[in-house]
Design a protein around this ligand. Sequence first.
Ligand code: ADP
Length: 301
Amino acid sequence: MRVAILSRGENLYSTRRLKEAGEARGHQVDIIDTLHCYMDITSSKPTVRYNGEVLPQYDAVIPRIGSSITFYGTAVVRQFEMMGTFCVNESVAISRSRDKLRSLQLLSRKGIGLPRTGFASKPDKIQDLIKNVGGAPLVIKLLEGTQGIGVVLAETNKAAESVIEAFMGLKANILVQEFIKEAGGADIRCLVVGGKVVAAMKRQAAEGEFRSNLHRGGAAQLVRLSKEERATAINAAKAMGLNLCGVDILQSNNGPVVMEVNSSPGLEGIENATGKDVAAMVFEFIEKNAKPFATKTRGKG
Ligand code: ADP
């Protein structure tokens, strides 16, 4: 098959691994820089141009759209969908996953376990917002944050109130979330491909830290999932409509709760922690599913 990886950098670990794995399985794999794609969106025969030439009709596209280029990146994926190319993640599903509030609302509608979460723009009664999610200790999150930056633990209602006030003063969008203390600074990353959890790792925060992000000094190891955790990850991926994603789960006293679903999950941490060839599994999925015009939304969304 001829497969394109939409990625900003050919030297990024995940991009490199996907190319290697695809080639090892006999496919022709091109890395296409998403922002360098351009197109005539009004043409009755949609194409994508790149470096002065029309790109070939690929059998499949693997979108690796970073959150900073969601707007343009999903438009490029949509163009491929209009051409009938099979996209591992659909443009609408990628957009959906990038909106944390929309994601939580969708997951909640499907009955998936979530930490009690509130959001507000300009609440007149911050104390009521705090009370509404069960009071301190609370986690306050900047919607735009990544890698644990902008995630604050407020141990008391007073502290929560001042942090919320400070963020609101900066006109930042925030989430106010129940602190899952019993998770003990650990979370589970489940890598879902085609409705199956193909690898899972537990990330443990460094001493004295509650955020388990590897960028914040967390350490990862292989973990065996409970039935309930596995089902939660699969249901979350399904609710979001993502064929390839990372589902982050906390182990709470009320069972597994989903923190986030990531549509461009990194492969480095999880491949190293589990020894699994996740990149090859992505290609296995493509081999089974890539058919012309198989994308449900066909770029309509
Ligand atoms: P980011 O998307 O920036 O990584 P997260 O929402 O994933 O932010 O939070 C970073 C880390 O903080 C998580 O990996 C987890 O370890 C911890 N964390 C986040 N929310 C909670 C919570 N409600 N209760 C307990 N720990 C949390």
